[in-house]
Design a binder for this molecule. Structure first.
Ligand SMILES: Nc1ncnc2c1ncn2[C@@H]1O[C@H](COP(=O)(O)OP(=O)(O)OP(=O)(O)O)[C@@H](O)[C@H]1O
Ligand SMILES: Cc1cn([C@H]2C[C@H](O)[C@@H](COP(=O)(O)O)O2)c(=O)[nH]c1=O
Length: 216
């Protein structure tokens, strides 16, 4: 069976974590091996880099390089081996987040991000490894902020002002417009159950899960 690489994207608080575990179980119920992972992070080394990126002050280039360094390790140690085994890789964020947060959010050079993407995502198995599907939780920043308010101590990204998240949301919209076949937009402002149904439809339409299996 072919591996499947699925990423989940959206601004902080968009609702990704709420739905990923249920999807993982739906795939397991179909007899699939599931690799549940995240970025930044996903390997011991990349988790250490995550701690730095989320909590230590640094300039935009340092931030981008650390994120892509972690991504390289994650891709080689976890994602590629899982895909080679035929597993379903469910990844909470991948490179679209770099274009949205570092590119659109911080104003970092998009061309340089493209160069890093092409270096880091070239593997023995793929000239440019990208997700087969990116589930994009689209949510206005005001709603996300309200959902997250008081929930946890904010990290370097979560403590950014609303204008930052408006730019990040615009960055995701631009990536989705550039690759409409890879992206599935979810109206994440809907009630939890309605969001789950939208996700179920996306997976059923691709024949990856039975119609009822994706709904929480
Ligand atoms: N459809 C929804 N309606 C209302 N609240 C929701 C909905 N979906 C998720 N939430 C709540 O919003 C908060 C953020 O959700 P969640 O942690 O799933 O987002 P996330 O995208 O994983 O965030 P982050 O990337 O910052 O970790 C949680 O408290 C969650 O219970
Ligand atoms: C992959 C990736 C992530 N980020 C940011 C986005 C989030 O604010 C944090 C991760 O936190 P989460 O609660 O696990 O979602 O990291 C980024 O700026 N660039 C990236 O490439």
């Amino acid at each position: 069976m072919n591996g499947l690489f699925i990423s989940f994207e959206g601004i902080d608080g968009a609702g990704k974590s709420t739905h990923i575990e249920h999807l993982a179980q739906a795939f397991r119920d179909q007899g699939r091996e599931v690799c549940l992972t995240r970025e930044p992070g996903g390997t011991p080394l990349a988790e250490q880099l995550r701690e730095l990126v989320l909590h230590s002050a640094m300039d935009a280039l340092t931030e981008a390089l650390l994120i892509f360094a972690g991504r390289r390790d994650h891709l080689l140690q976890v994602i590629e081996p899982a895909l080679a085994r035929g597993a379903v890789v469910l990844c909470d964020r991948f490179t679209d987040a770099s274009f949205a947060y570092q590119g659109a959010g911080r104003g970092f050079d998009l061309q340089l991000l493209g160069t890093l993407e092409s270096w880091v995502q070239r593997t023995e198995a793929a000239p440019l490894r990208q997700p087969d599907l990116t589930v994009w939780f689209d949510l206005p920043p005001t709603i996300a902020a309200a959902r997250l308010s008081g929930a946890r101590a904010p990290d370097r990204f979560e403590s950014q002002p609303e204008a930052f998240f408006s730019r990040v949301a615009g960055g995701y919209a631009a990536r989705a417009a550039a690759e409409p076949a890879r992206f599935a937009r979810i109206d994440a402002a809907a009630e939890r159950e309605a969001v789950a149904l939208q996700i179920a439809d996306v997976f059923a339409a691709r024949g990856w899960l039975p119609a009822e299996e994706g709904a929480a």
